[in-house]
Ligand binder design. Structure first.
Ligand SMILES: [Zn+2]
Ligand SMILES: [Zn+2]
Length: 468
């Protein structure tokens, strides 16, 4: 019997068991360990909350990840049911055959399996365990280990703690919706209960609007966070959080009105960024940075590979600074959309393209007022970006002959698979892309480009128009 047939049989057995929830819960004491994962998957997708609570309580593996599992219906209720099943285990439980769960991971991750392989008998046994917090299993066990060694050296008795440390991995979003608020309220109440040995580990924090349950931030170790996103938040609020998120990998600050604050606050912001040695992605949409980019680039790490700066009112000088920065040789993704970066000439952007040509994979230059002559001038530099996979330059006033010339040049970029192009000007009634669109003409444009792609044997390349 092959693995696939075995999996299907296990799934069928799990589903049939769930037809009667009390029987399924009763059977948890007796079913083989191999049946737990398929039964968990079926219970999660079928929304069997009572069974999920019972399963978490007696989970016979050391970690449990929801991974790729998702259900639109009562998603938060399912998460609540799983947290309800968490129970603190007495110390030294890990060697017994009873409940063993130490890490409950409620984050969605399509690449993560339900359990990690149990080859390792010592910690870290789970690929997703916390590395940073003093309350993490790793740090607590390290501390216990050194105390134990010290005491043995001094011929004292071994230390004994009542409970095994545990971790609950959960993404938190303050978005003001009722369901989220209810979930945060539930999480707060759980934290306030006597969960002495539980570390709530949040890696992904989104703050769209400050919530009534902001107090949860007091209970979190912000050093665990690797992705922080804040939208329309007061800069003072940002500055209370940034100094504590020192292990950040991705930072997105959207619509933060830096201009309305004294320079001192901008300096504080830069100081915080300078502490983030792991930072790889920085997105600052709608943050006005005119002639300020040099300050930013002087403190962010060299290895920063993603920079999103749409609607940042960047100047030509900013683009020159970027082209001369050490970060430019590492950039893989770059968005400069909605900035008038060509108003004083194309040379700074051309120099930037040459600098990023050996790394850049994704480029967005939408709505930058790129004209035919500008596009023709930067075309040779663009053709040198041999790693480019995605190019978007919509909402720029381009004509059909230049669009065709661009296609001819770019078909030599074998990694480039996706180009989002502006509808050429002749497809609009008055030749202006704010006028109404002639769909027949656009269809002809698409057909012509398709024939050209076919002729160049680049049917793998997608050219997609965007008019709105
Ligand atoms: Zn794991
Ligand atoms: Zn943590």
């Amino acid at each position: 019997m092959d693995q696939k047939t075995t999996d299907t049989l296990l799934e069928l057995a799990a589903k049939s068991l769930l037809n009667n929830e009390p029987v399924a819960i009763h059977a948890l004491d007796e079913i083989p360990r191999d049946l737990f994962v398929p039964l968990f998957n079926a219970a999660f997708l079928g929304g069997h909350k009572t069974v999920l609570t019972a399963m978490v309580r007696v989970w016979p593996f050391r970690c449990l990840h929801i991974g790729s599992l998702y259900t639109q219906e009562s998603y938060y209720d399912i998460l609540k049911a799983m947290i309800d099943g968490l129970q603190m285990l007495p110390a030294k439980n890990s060697t017994s055959w009873g409940p063993r769960l130490r890490i409950l991971d409620l984050r969605r991750d399509p690449h993560c399996k339900t359990i990690c392989s149990e080859i390792r008998t010592t910690f870290p046994f789970c690929f997703k365990s916390c590395k940073y917090s003093q309350r993490s299993i790793l740090k607590i066990e390290e501390a216990q280990h050194s105390v134990r060694r010290l005491r043995i050296g001094n011929s004292g008795s071994e230390p004994h703690s009542a409970q095994e440390p545990m971790e609950l991995l959960v993404d938190i979003s303050f978005n003001g919706t009722l369901r989220t608020e209810q979930f945060l309220s539930f999480l707060c109440s759980k934290i306030q209960q006597d969960f002495g040995s539980l570390h709530i580990c949040c890696r992904d924090l989104k703050i769209d609007r400050m919530s009534a349950h902001k107090s949860i931030l007091q209970f979190l170790d912000l050093g665990c966070i690797d992705h922080l996103e804040m939208d329309e938040t007061d800069l003072s609020e940002v500055l209370t959080i940034l100094p504590r998120v020192i292990h950040l990998n991705r930072l997105t600050l959207c619509n933060i009105p830096f201009n309305s604050y004294p320079r001192r606050k901008f300096r504080s912001f830069l100081l915080c960024l300078g502490q983030m040695d792991n930072l790889q992605e920085l997105s600052l949409p709608f943050v006005c940075l005119t002639n300020q980019l040099h300050k930013l680039l002087s403190i962010v790490p060299r290895q920063l590979d993603t920079l999103y700066l749409p609607y940042c009112s960047l100047s030509n000088r900013d683009i020159t600074v970027l082209s001369e920065s050490s970060q430019a040789t590492y950039l893989k993704e770059l968005s400069l959309s909605n900035n008038k970066i060509f108003s004083e000439g194309y040379e700074p952007f051309q120099a930037l393209l040459e600098k990023v040509s050996s790394t850049l994979q994704h480029l967005e230059i939408d709505n930058c007022m790129i004209t035919d002559s500008t596009l023709s001038a930067i075309l040779p530099a663009l053709s040198h970006c041999t790693h480019l996979r995605v190019l978007s330059f919509v909402f720029n006033p381009i004509t059909m002959p230049v669009l065709k010339s661009l296609l001819q040049h770019l078909t030599s970029l074998m990694k480039l698979k996706y180009v989002i192009y502006p509808v050429p000007l002749h497809c609009y009634e008055e030749g202006n892309f704010h006028d109404s669109l002639d769909r027949q003409k656009l269809a002809e444009v698409q057909a012509q480009l398709q024939v050209m792609l076919h002729g160049a044997q680049r049917n793998d390349m997608k050219w997609v128009p965007c008019s709105k």
